[in-house]
Design a protein around this ligand. Structure first.
Ligand code: PMV
Length: 350
């Protein structure tokens, strides 16, 4: 990148969604390099909105979360800037006032790092573009650069800079894939996956029992980790095929296995963690029984927590929502659920 004009000031803002992984990233090899490739669905209505005002200065960060000054988050962002300032030199020559908010409630138990870090990284790349003497950063480079910086903040955030399906991590099966940034999924997608829903059942609004950073770290001593990394790559091949052919039965088997394996890895770590709650298991059993009886193609997936993501094609919407309302909501904290679906990715806002 050419020289930057750090005498400039301005404002940039981005809206960026969360995502839910189908093939899970859990375990790293080195600095924010995934131990296996992952693939996710980018969501639509669960997003972060971040605005950065910048002016000439010395790298100071003022941070407001939902309009409240938040020195704890400001410190975390400052630490993040430390990690990337050798690549974004303007971080030491400008001051930043950052306002951020999420469309989903802070205490809903939804991982917000993917949306928050991708929105922040997109803002940084927009600032770079605005102050750069060379304004012509091609679109594709802009997004892969944003994904690269998002990844350094939170691995899963790398995938949120693209809509629909997005993958991160080098895979022989995915052209142009990289460990350093995510890429939009360019392989054939059957029409059944074009309109896909994710209803998030809030089993617990509580804080995470173990941070992602600690969870990834526990994979280093996990005796099952090498087999898990091989399985993930194998599952990626099977999932790519299911997405191309519209094979929902295969899709369901792989997605549920990925979720259970993620939790199995946590249980088999030392110390071991149980991230599901009794109601998580009740919901899983109900989903599997309903699928068996009705033939409706729905499945569950999980993040590193107790909440359940119910995934299903748009055409199954009516029957799945009826089932959720009648049979699953009682297992949710305050009967809380979030209706989301596959989305088109981040948007620059004014
Ligand atoms: O992005 P991190 O470091 O918070 O890791 C998140 C990992 C999972 O959400 C559990 C899985 C994934 O691939 O998103």
């Amino acid at each position: 990148m050419s020289a930057n004009d750090v005498n400039k000031s301005g404002t940039v803002a981005w809206q960026s969604p969360s995502n839910i992984a189908l093939i899970k990233y859990w375990g790293k090899k080195g600095f924010q390099i995934p131990a296996n490739p992952s693939l996710s669905i980018t969501l639509s209505s669960s997003y972060s909105e971040t605005k950065i005002e910048y002016k000439p200065g010395a790298g100071l960060v003022d941070f407001y979360f939902e309009e409240q000054k938040n020195p704890v988050f400001a410190k975390k962002i400052q630490a993040y800037f430390e990690k990337i300032k050798h690549e974004l030199h303007f971080l030491t020559n400008l001051d930043f006032t950052i306002h951020s908010q999420n469309t989903f409630p802070h205490s809903a138990g939804i991982a917000s790092s993917a949306s928050a870090m991708s929105a922040l990284a997109l803002c940084l790349c927009s600032i770079e573009q605005e102050i750069s003497e060379n304004q012509k950063i091609a679109n594709v480079d802009f997004y892969s650069r944003a994904s690269y910086f998002a990844r350094i903040g939170s691995g899963s955030a790398a995938r949120s800079v693209y809509g629909k399906l997005s993958s991160w991590g080098t895979s022989a099966l995915i052209p142009e894939s990289s460990d350093l940034y995510a890429t939009p999924f360019q392989l054939p997608i059957h029409k059944v996956f074009e309109n896909f829903n994710d209803t998030i059942l809030i089993v617990s609004k509580g804080e995470k029992k173990v941070s992602s950073r600690a969870g990834h770290g526990l994979m280093d001593g996990n005796p099952f980790a090498p087999a898990r990394y091989m399985q993930a790559s194998h599952n990626m091949g099977k999932l790519i095929m299911a997405i191309e052919t519209g094979d929902l039965k295969a899709f369901i088997a792989i997605v549920e296995s990925e979720a259970l394996t993620l939790h199995g890895m946590m249980m088999a770590s030392s110390p071991g963690y149980i991230l599901m709650e009794p109601n998580t298991l009740e919901i899983i059993k109900k989903i599997q029984a309903f699928r068996e009886q009705s033939g409706v193609n729905l499945c569950f997936t999980l993040d590193a927590g107790a909440n359940v993501h119910v995934l299903y094609p748009g055409i199954e919407g009516k029957s799945v929502l009826g089932f959720i309302k009648n049979e699953l909501l009682d297992y949710c904290e305050d009967k809380k659920m979030i209706s989301d679906k596959m989305g088109d990715g981040p948007k620059r806002i004014s």
